[in-house]
Design a binder for this molecule. Sequence first.
Ligand code: OAD
Ligand code: ZN
Length: 433
Amino acid sequence: MSQEEEAAIAGLAELLDAALTLAGTRANADAIGASIESRDAQVASIISNNEDRDLDTETSCTGIDAGGSSRDAGPAATVPSIYSYSSSSSGESDDEDSYAASASSSDSEADYARAAWQGPPPPLKVYEPLLPVGAKTLLGNCESTLGAIANMVAQGKARRIVVMAGAGISTDAGIPDFRSPNTGLYDNLQQFNLPHPEAIFSIDYFRRNPKPFYVLAKELYPGQYVPTQSHFFVKLLAQKGLLLRHYTQNIDCLERAAGIDPELIVEAHGSFHTAHCIGRKCRKEYSQDWVREQIFLDAIPRCDKCGSLVKPDITFFGEGLPARFFELLAQDFDECDLLIVMGTSLLVQPFASLIDKVGPLVPRLLINRERVGEAKVPGLGFDFDGCNAQTIHRDAFVAGDSDEACALLAGRLGWLEELAGLRKMHVAMQGEK
Ligand code: OAD
Ligand code: ZN
């Protein structure tokens, strides 16, 4: 590719980036939710031969390298063999064994945190920017940006916390995320011969070929995984009356499994909890138990009234988000006084644009293995480096494993024992069942 072509593509990508972010941010609740869209897919359709776009591009501002990219963050997470390409021969069963062994009943918190890893997890790094001269920050007067956020909670300055979560908070439970190179679900779907990985969650593709989704659904089905420390941390926030709402893109129902009050959860991309016939005129509701039985019999669930497919109420690409998402977001993000974003690439709209819906003086904390959500348009997206002089620096970034970061935060708040207790109680209750 020539230099001019490269420059043209970079310019186009930049424009698209700005336009997408603007579209998400300016839109009102009605407009932003026409349907779920992946930024990857949008970029791919405009730029042919597009390689994965990395939002983690250098900023023009001075800053210390966070070193938090998933590509260099340490050893890769083990993919449970159910998601692996089954033709691979060497080491496959070893992976499965080590996964099964580490995810078994050991109660050591350290073992638990390492459950989905081969070897030690990547080191956790609290990113400390060198702010431009004269920049004002909400996160100063403390030894670290994370410390500043912990102090806000401890001092009662953050009492209406909104959490936004993605697949990264469930990887330590053994569920792969979507887009991490090699270990993510989208790199491990070859057996299904999909036209592109996201087709497995595309409503058009599903109508023509539902089998791949149901095979995957069997593996992901709720009830087979234990919530992670990150889920229990959110539960702890709720227990302390500090959680305004937990917005999750995850369909694994691990928030519910962790005991978080469903009233406090918004499952932005739906979940397995309910199911409907997809016949446009029918829409008959089916129970989770019935769908589960069908899926575990390897049958394709079909409506007894009209014969159409019955699909768990997971929001597929091309479908609208649940009404509850739109009903709650305006008030929640207005009232929010601390935003915590964990384990998401922030590549799917309209969810990604929510980070800009909190007030301009509301601190935002990203806990993720890689830097994400940094917009190139001033005022939109995270600004960890305080580059946008007209706004006050209020974004903190912790690079690494969300379980570890939650433990660190809980430690700063003196909540570690309670956090461990929640998990122990959950495991004990599961044992009794
Ligand atoms: P992605 O796979 O796109 O992003 C997960 C992010 O979490 C990545 O940035 C990882 O680096 C990071 N990560 C992984 N494990 C982590 C850990 N233990 N601690 C901290 N960070 C970790 O997943 P989502 O952003 O959730 O849509 O994807 C959004 C949507 O795209 C999903 O809801 C799904 C998918 O297509 C539907 O199913 C409709
Ligand atoms: Zn029907």
